[in-house]
Every structure is written in C-alpha cells, then in structure tokens.
Design a protein around this ligand. Sequence first.
Ligand code: RUB
Length: 409
Amino acid sequence: MTIDYLALGEELDGDEYLICEYTVKSDLDIVTAGKRIAEEESTGTWTRPTTLSEDIFKKYGAKVTKAEGNRVEIGYPVIDFSGEIGEIPQILSIVAGNLFGLDSLEGVRLVDIHFPQDIIDRYPGPQFGIEGLRDILDRPDKPLIGTIVKPKIGLPPKEFADYVYQAGRGGLTNSKDDETLVDQDFCPLQDRVSHVSESLDRLEEEGHKMIHAHNISTSGHRMLEAADLALENGARQLMVDVLTVGFAGVQALAEDPSIKVPIHVHRAMHAAITKNPEHGISMPVIGKLVRLAGGDALHIGTYGIGKMHAEVSEEIYSREVITEDMKGLDPMMPVASGGLHPGMIDKLMEKSGPDVQIQAGGGVSGHPEGVSSGAAALRQAVDAAYKGIDLREYAKDHQELRKALEKWM
Ligand code: RUB
C-alpha cells in the first residue's frame, strides 16, 4: 500500500475538509515540506506505523493540494474534528500544533484557514457584533469612539470611574479597562465595576449612552465567577485577553446564557505569534477563531498609523475576515487602538471606514486640558473625518481639537 499525502491540483470540497494555507521557509523543496506537515498532523509520526491501514489513511489522512513557491495548501478531513469535546483547542492542535516545531522547517506560518459549514455550525459566533453594539449605543452609522483608562496602574475605583464619566461628558461612546488590569489591590474588580456603573448611569440620565468593557481575564474556572461578579455590579460589557486566556475562554463567555452583554476581545501577546512574517499564525486566522468563539469586538490594529507594528495588508485582511461573510456568523466590530490621537483619525478612517471602534488612551488622557477635553477632541476628529472635513479646518472652531493638534502634530 502506498501512503501518499500528495494530491496536487485536487479541488477539495470546502464542506468536507478544513483547508489551511501555510507559508514555509525550509531547505526542503516545498512539496516535501508540505508532506512533512501533513504527515505530522495526520498519522502524527515520522515513520510508517505498522498499525496504519490504507482505509484509515484514506479516510483520515490530510491532503497537500497546492505546493508552489513558498506556499502550501493542506486539507484536513472534517471527520478529524468530529466529537463534541475537542473544539477550538483541538482544531489548533491539528492545524497549528507540532508542525511549528519540526526541525526540518525553519519557519512555518499559518496564513489562512477555511472552516467547513459543519464546524462553523457548532459555534455561537458573535451575539452582538457590529449591529448589536450599534443598537446598544444608539449609534447607527458613525464609528464608535473609546478610551482606555490610563494610567493602567494605581488609579483607585472612584478616580477610575470619574475618568469614565469625564470621557462620556466629552462624547465618547466606549471605554475599557486596560489588558493588564483585572482585580489588583489598587482597583479591585467589584468596586471598579460598581463605580463605573454609577458613572454610566449618571451619563445615561444626562442623555448620553456609553458602555465600558471590564477585563475579567483569569483562569478558566474563575472567569465565569468573575463575569457574574461584574454583571451583578452592573457591567454592560466584558473584556477578555484572548491569547493569554485562550479561545476557549471567549467561547465559555459567549455560550453562557446568563451573560447578555457584548464581549470585547483584546489581543495582548499576539505579536509573539503574529509578528514574524515567516513563522507563527497570522492575525486574520486569529480573527476567524475569535469570531467562531463568539467575540463581539476584536483589536486588529491601526493600519500602521499608531504605535504598534503593523503589516498593513494583513490588517486590512483581518478587517475583512471579521466583518465580511463567514458562512452565517455575524460580523465582529474591528477595534483600532494603540498610540492613536485625534490628529491621526482622518488617515485611520481612510483605511478603516466607519465600522470601527476607535480607541485612544494617552490620546485622550494626555490632552492638555484633561480627559473630558481629550474625549471631545477625539470625537471632533471623528466627526470631521466622517464628514470629510479637513482636521485643521474643523479645529478652527473646535478648540479641544485645536489644542490636541497643537500638542501632538
Ligand atoms: C493603547 C492600549 C492597547 C493597545 C494594544 O493605549 O492600551 O493595549 O491598543 O494594541 P494608547 P492593539 O492609546 O495610550 O496607546 O490594539 O493593536 O492590540
């Protein structure tokens, strides 16, 4: 019996196979490299086991269907992902598992992934997404505008909540905890949530709708408890750091029937996986997995405009994969955050369009006149860009924006 993973040119049925695209850096020729990946993630061993029958191989073996340049396409039979328990951790162990450690491959990058309908149907997808967030905030068209409370260390709950109130007074629709803030002694979760909820209630009484995402990233068994605690104290949105907690953590929140608020997904640590263009996992793949797991908003970067490293084309593709058709899953809200200030908003919105949650931490709290004016400046910049008016022109009769531009431009 011949065991051959090669099926070059074969068109696989996207409902029968989970199809992955990888780029490879290796001294091996690309066909052999592809076969090594397929072998490692099929039989799982470097030699032919005497226990492997032709029937098993035909039914469960992966297929290398393209191998050109530095790119391979590999299809994994959907049956390899059957059963009710494995879910995203098991998908990742197959399509992004041992293959990264193969010594014969200097670099491998999982650049794209295409899920069969059968797999998609097992996941909740976003429960709120773009439309749900817009409905909650009564903001049908314009970008959502947010802040990250800064500094992320040391602010006690009352001051923290006052920051949120000031941001709302300045016109922001969203605010959030930083990714490192959870339940530290200086700002415990329960107190923080209840004070922030008071700020949001007050804003609502004054006619302004705003939500705040509370970070409940913790160990698996405690996260649902933390979610309960936050919800009991009035949380309107939860936040989770998907790569430190795991995709399963996002899914646990999205599937919990008692959690009826949107889930904001931060991607801290992603660059350890996404930054090397020749190795790791691309951000669009992470985006598809978060969408499957049920995140409602996901950080995807600022298209090279802010402070974080960016591969602009990959960020544009990230935006597409989380917002465009994905076999029935609702679209997620793309979040642009990291080093932004009002003077960057026109350039940002050229790339992001209006379906975006724009966030600035320092770009709000660093305003010379404080948080409320910083928030107003950011909102004015979004209004100007949305209307297609030059920022400097708009700043002539919007003094908060003018002061922001004077400081940062
Ligand atoms: C940015 C910030 C975020 C970054 C992470 O603060 O707190 O954690 O957005 O980057 P500031 P990304 O606005 O003061 O720079 O969103 O790209 O993952």
